[in-house]
Design a protein around this ligand. Structure first.
Ligand code: AMP
Length: 547
């Protein structure tokens, strides 16, 4: 047998955020970062200016005793300050830990202490939220307040701008880094047990950022203006800040102003080409755009939606009525997050094309995916058979941070996602459910996602969430929670009529509950856990449709 022959390439060149930093200086010094201060008021900085501040921040972090491997928390919205932290912390070899500002006190306390955060950088607008926790966070030596607002009673509070001024000008001498070193940490808001930390490496972020530039995916390029609405505390804002920096694209950061009116104003004035956020925000924006046809959102030719299934009607309506193109991505915190993207080959916009657009799409290059059934056997890619998605690849988590209890999530090099899907012969993934949300009726599965999409295609329905209701005969039957447009007099019979040709008869919901709003999770998804709890406590009651 002959010996293998080693390639003679620079395989040791480290894939670290230093490259992105150097590239911003060399190739896109004039690219812009636009950060909203108040609706209608923005601050602008070029990449060159941003890098100068990142150098100062790196020096300031060192002067506060932050060393390689230390975790540094951020409690912040999407702003230029947060972006500076995104680079300065990992580039000195420390770990950026983005804290979800919408979590409950207990979860936040657990997460900060579990991560061992040494400092926390906090937006002044969020000081009142963080203040009550501070006495439960013994490991945090300082709180650094960003903005001029009150620091409240935060112990050892310092001012961000003062630190940067004191740090002085000039290039910082960054340490050389190993590409496998940890760069960022983000906890998933686990559905059971404690939150789990996903610890990204320089290598995984570098490769995932490169993945955001692939034109069959998000397709970020230097001509883009990228509006990152998805919070920077949620899976690195889907890689948009890193991807925009690598591409040399402009980045627009909306701060905490995420209501439809504020976003529409920002889009109309800043003309982003690409925007990333969850379906609930896109749905709000569509309603706003319908009511205010004078607001021009048509610069958005590459919007990306994900986080939950994106209703086909939402994409079609946006495109037909406002020339906004919304594409679907799928992923999770553990997958950095973008793993699949649906950008079918452009062809006549027939039903087949739109069916593909409504799927979660094909795996990005370097992401491998398989479907596995309950017995652990692989499920064929025939577009019909369903199984749990397992993924592997260089930006997929191999395990959680300091957690021995979740071994079952990792299957010999594959991540078990908990998402149930079918995959067709061309590798297009269609999620049918979260494993825990699927409705098991008489031994057969009803896809809550598909049912919700069909209900939401009714013109009067704004939101729909389907949960399983225990049933003596069938084990479980679908109960559909619905929100209808203001003033609509839609009845359960109208919705059933609408569904009749769209889903199998036995899928038709047995009960409907009309409500003012579907409860949402901290990242804006329908919170079915809350609905299930209300159902079991008897505070959620459905009505049987009258025909
Ligand atoms: P998170 O880690 O909070 O980002 O949540 C990840 C989960 O969101 C996934 O496991 C899916 O259940 C869900 N998800 C994300 N994107 C989509 C999508 N396009 N369609 C359906 N579910 C999605």
């Amino acid at each position: 047998m002959s010996a293998s022959l080693r390639g003679l390439m620079q395989d040791d060149f480290p894939l670290t955020l230093h490259h992105i930093r150097r590239r911003m200086r060399a190739c896109s010094p004039d690219a812009q970062v636009v950060s909203v201060v108040e609706p209608g008021t923005v601050e602008r900085a070029s990449h060159a200016q941003l890098l100068e501040r990142i150098d100062r921040l790196a020096r300031a972090l060192r002067s506060l005793g932050v060393e390689q491997g230390d975790r540094v928390g951020t409690f912040a919205w999407n702003t230029q300050h947060h972006l500076e932290l995104y680079f300065a912390i990992p580039c000195i070899g420390s770990v950026l830990h983005t804290l979800n500002v919408r979590l409950f006190e207990d979860q936040l306390t657990y997460i900060v202490n579990h991560a061992g955060d040494k400092l926390i950088f906090v937006d002044d607008s969020l000081v009142p939220t963080l203040e009550p926790l501070a006495r439960k966070l013994p490991g945090v030596s300082h709180y650094i307040v960003m903005g001029d607002g009150d620091a409240g009673d935060l112990p050892n509070a310092l001012r961000y701008e003062q630190l940067l001024r004191d740090a002085g000008p000039g290039e910082f001498e960054y340490p050389e880094l190993d590409e496998r070193q940890a760069a960022a940490l983000c906890y998933t808001s686990g559905t059971t047990g404690n939150p789990k930390g996903v610890l990204y490496s320089h290598r995984s972020i570098s490769l995932h950022s490169t993945g955001t530039l692939i034109s069959d995916g998000l397709g970020l390029s230097r001509g883009d203006r990228v509006l990152a609405v998805v919070p920077m505390f949620h899976a690195n804002a889907w890689g948009l800040p890193h991807g925009a920096a690598l591409a040399g694209a402009d980045l627009i950061l909306p701060n905490r102003f995420l209501a439809a009116e504020a976003l529409a104003g920002l889009i109309a004035s800043e003309r982003p080409t690409l925007m990333g956020c969850v379906p609930t925000i896109f749905a709000d924006l569509l309603r706003y755009a319908d009511a205010h046809p004078e607001v021009d959102l048509s610069s958005l030719t590459k919007a990306t939606c994900g986080g939950s299934a994106v209703p086909k009607a939402l994409m079609q309506d946006f495109e037909a009525r406002h020339r906004v193109r919304v594409f679907q991505a799928w992923g999770m915190t553990e997958t950095s997050p973008v793993a699949t993207f649906s950008r079918p080959r452009e062809r006549k916009h027939d039903d087949g094309y739109w069916d593909d657009r409504a799927k979660q799409g094909q795996p990005l290059p370097w992401v491998e995916l398989r479907l596995v059934d309950d017995a652990g056997a692989e499920v064929p890619w025939d577009g019909e058979s369903t199984g749990e998605i397992e993924v592997r690849g260089p930006w997929i988590a191999a395990r959680y941070f300091k957690d021995e209890s979740s071994e079952e999530k990792f299957d010999a090099g594959w991540l078990r996602t908990g998402d149930i899907a079918a995959v067709d012969e061309r590798g297009f993934v269609q999620i049918t459910d979260r494993a825990k949300d699927v409705i098991k009726s008489g031994g057969e599965w009803i896809s809550s996602v598909e049912l919700e999409n069909e209900v939401m295609s009714h013109p009067d329905v704004i939101e729909a969430a389907v949960i399983a209701k225990p049933d003596e005969r069938w084990a479980e039957r679908p109960l559909c929670c619905v929100v209808v447009r203001d003033g609509a007099s839609t009845t359960t019979a109208d919705i059933i009529e609408h569904l009749r040709d769209r889903v199998a008869k036995w899928w038709l919901p047995d009960e409907f509950a009309f409500m003012a709003e579907i409860p949402k999770t901290s990242v804006g998804k329908f919170d079915k856990k809350v609905l299930r709890t209300s159902l079991s406590e008897g505070t959620l009651e459905g009505r049987t449709p009258v025909s």
